[in-house]
Design a protein around this ligand. Structure first.
Ligand code: CMC
Length: 434
């Protein structure tokens, strides 16, 4: 959606030479105000600088609304709390991608598309065999998603039907994620079962073995639906911005999504769920003294951070973490698991939320603080956690890619810079260099 300037509002910028620039103001539907600086350089010669995009809107978007001060998150106007309670992942994916909740017929058609496209080409199975058992599943997932473009070369044609690529991605990424796990533990691949719904099918592909009947637990199926919904979109985060950036060059949707998967991998982003469990395990192994760990974090010892805490945008409790904390208790109780890591996490949260270091910096638990404990209880290994995040975030990435390609005002993403290197100098032949 293109940015429409409010005709009644403008901002005046006084430049060092005393000249003034009048800049239009864009107002969003939730009354968010932005100064439109697109004409600034042409008119004044100045650019703006904003490392890490702390205060830069890269686009307007009608997909997700986030108020970090109030701890509010909505997809297409629906609150995350209501969606997590009443919707399921496939319906929420449709909502994000197509902008409305599906009616019965749309829901059925969408479900049929996902079922029909759940298999991956048999030749792709050989790719899994090419990776060493120590491979991180995110490396495998990103490479396999890029490879999908080779099997569907029509994606290189920008006019090829988008809905088909969307269904393929949503369905096949789930299959690839489960297959990469099966490969890593040396078990036979379990093919998707058409009779199962999206999340149940994933659990089947992950945990069923050919020699036994596997019955999907409805509690785990619901928990997985909720987990994926909570991860499904988060406006212009690092990976989503990457998807938009790559897509803005005209690269195909599989390439853009694969780039998003790679951006997600880092421990400051989606890799944090794995880092949280590794942090908690380390504390447990060294005797469980979490208070000392929190002290080390406050003293920035070895640049330690309390993983799963803090957020660029939330300066309040992350609404997703609130839901996940409750879900942790429910899932673990259902499975009859007492996980010492949960007690550690709760203890750390309690002291951090009373401590001036965290309070003054407005650091609260984020989505990654409790999600890993639930995945762990479900039997999902730690190195698969970020893959689970990717599976959840997929509809958000797709929705943003679609919104971007459908916006006639989209331009290739190309930030500027302020050069701080050498001034012009003459080349020195090697025998004259000191
Ligand atoms: N533990 C300890 N101190 C922290 C933490 C933390 N988790 N997060 C931020 N700080 C401190 C940081 O040291 C800095 O202190 P100072 O002003 O004294 O230098 C201050 O808070 C501001 O930090 P920042 O790194 O400038 O803030 P940011 O907005 O650039 O970073 C963040 C956001 C998420 C990268 C950061 O909070 C962090 O590293 N958290 C831990 C990793 C994590 O849990 N990431 C998952 C984010 S949620 C999932 C997602 O959407 O990606």
């Amino acid at each position: 959606m293109s940015a429409a300037a409010d005709k009644k509002l403008s901002a005046k910028l006084t430049l060092p030479d005393g000249k003034e620039a009048n800049l239009p103001v864009v107002v969003g539907t939730e009354d968010e105000h932005a100064i439109d600086i697109r004409s600034l350089r042409n008119e004044t010669g100045f650019i703006t600088i904003d490392t890490g995009y702390m205060n830069t809107g890269s686009t307007t978007s009608a997909i997700t609304y986030l108020d970090g001060e109030q701890g509010v998150l909505r997809y297409r106007g629906y609150s995350i709390e209501e969606l997590a309670e009443k919707s399921n992942f496939v319906e929420t994916s449709y909502l994000l991608i197509y902008g409305k909740l599906p009616n019965t017929q749309e829901r059925e058609q969408f479900g049929t598309m996902l079922t029909r496209h759940s298999l991956i080409h048999e030749d792709l199975h050989h790719f899994f065999a090419g990776y060493p058992p120590t491979s991180h599943p995110m490396a495998v997932l990103s490479a396999m998603v890029t490879s999908l473009s080779a099997y569907y070369p029509d994606c290189l044609d920008r006019n090829s039907p988008t809905d088909l690529h969307i269904a393929r991605l949503l369905s096949k990424v789930r299959t690839i994620a489960a297959f990469s796990y099966k490969k890593s533990i040396g078990q036979p691949l379990m093919y998707p079962k058409n009779s199962l719904k999206y999340c149940a099918n994933f659990l089947h592909m992950m945990f069923a073995v050919p020699s036994e009947e596997y019955v999907v637990s409805p509690v785990l199926e619901k928990a997985l639906n909720q987990l994926l919904i909570l991860h499904a979109d988060h406006e212009q985060n690092c990976s989503t911005s990457t998807v938009r950036m790559v897509g803005s060059s005209g690269a195909n949707v599989y390439a853009a999504i694969a780039a998003g998967i790679l951006a997600l991998w880092g421990p400051l982003h989606g890799g944090a769920n794995q880092a949280v469990i590794e942090m908690l395990e380390e504390i447990k192994l060294s005797g469980g003294d979490y208070k000392k760990f929190v002290d080390d974090v406050k003293n920035k010892r070895d640049n330690r951070r309390l993983m799963g805490f803090g957020h660029r945008v939330y300066k309040n409790y992350d609404p997703r973490a609130k839901i996940l904390k409750k879900m942790c208790d429910e899932v673990l109780a259902h499975l009859g698991i007492k996980d010492p890591l949960l007690e550690l996490a709760k203890g750390m949260e309690e002291i951090a939320l009373k401590d001036d270091y965290f309070v003054s910096k407005k650091l609260y638990p984020n989505v990654d603080f409790y999600s890993g404990i639930i995945y762990r209880a479900m039997g999902i290994p730690t190195n698969m956690f970020t893959v689970m995040f990717a599976l959840g975030r997929l509809p958000g990435w797709i929705a943003h890619w679609k919104e971007m390609v459908e916006d006639k005002d989209t331009k290739i993403g190309r930030p500027r810079q302020v050069y701080t290197g050498e001034r012009p100098r003459k080349f020195v032949p090697i025998d004259q260099r000191t």
